[in-house]
Write a protein that binds this ligand. Sequence first.
Ligand SMILES: *Cc1c(COP(=O)(O)O)cnc(C)c1O
Length: 400
Amino acid sequence: MTDNEQMRARWDRVMMANYGTPPVTLTHGSGARVWDADGTEYLDLLAGIAVNTLGHAHPAIAAAVAEQAQRLIHVSNLAAHEPGVELAEQLVALAGRPARVFFSQDGATANEAAYKIARRHGWAKDPSGGSLEIVAAEGSFHGRTMGALSITGNAAKRIPFEPLPGPVTFVPYGDADALAAAVTAHTSAVFLEPVQGEGGVIPAPAGYLAAARRITATHDALLVLDEVQSGIGRTGAWFAGAAADPDVLTLAKGLAGGMPLGACLAFGGAGDLLRPGDHGTTFGGNPVSCAAALAVLQTISADGLLGHVTEVGEALATGLAATPHPLVAGQRGAGLWRALLLSEPVAPAVEAAARERGYLVNAVRPDAIRLAPPLIITQDEVDRFLADLPDILTTAQETP
Ligand SMILES: *Cc1c(COP(=O)(O)O)cnc(C)c1O
């Protein structure tokens, strides 16, 4: 048995079945490369699902985590700490508008905070409870906790756990007319991803987020942008939907480069909706995660990574679309966040063939492969993948 096989057997004996058994056990990484338990090297084109912003073992994150761990790991929310306040200040400055911040542990809990803000807004709007409806998009993903799940537009994930909080109305993503028809005086908030991630890396059509802003403003509903996957450089901008001036914006995945951290930013009056005692968390915004996030923001700025993401992302998009293979139906996405669209529903076979060839990718839909590499990936590394892609696709096609 290989070490990977041994770990799979151990996993199967003690871990719940919710994830399925992972194909590999990863032991260490460096930059955009990772190694598994059998010593096989991979180019990581997924970055822990858009999380390892600066790749693996980045010295700035390692130093920030080590220094903070030697100083102070946890304080509870009964005390302030410098990295947390500093990080909130920097996020508000990057957003460019007055805002208040709540730190959570992850994406779902950032969205739970946003959900509570929406509830407060709904009750303020109509004290008899007639304005508590949330409008969300089909194909959306907002997390696995019950509130975040209730607004996730994926029936297979949602239905087994009903009843869930409501009322929630789902509209087709990207259809401004459908959104205009759904949002009424009964709506407390509209939740949207600027680019649907789990839905298959689907960017909002031009003008959609601006229309959502107008529609929500007309009906005094909050516009909540879930930037858990799209935020912090992934699309070549700090925030993918900032131009829409949302009332609430949530962050998590890439924020702390791999340390667990989420954030809910609420702008203007929305920042005052949660009152003392309304919400809390033990671990959210802990000093070590905040120190890591400060290192991420500093490195993205100092190394000019936003421009790098735009440049390498465009080259990746062009290369994917031009891949000479009958399985390639096109590509979509933004920055270093792309879906390779397949002409047949063989994405799981492509994911496996890529892994055999030394690349970690993700079959995000049956006919789409998600690429979300670390923002530090080099043009050479991207070119190496593009050169191997036709062979990977042929192998996948020949898989029985
Ligand atoms: C991953 C994701 C979430 C959930 O984040 P967790 O950290 O897994 O709870 C929420 N929204 C979006 C857009 C995501 O991509």
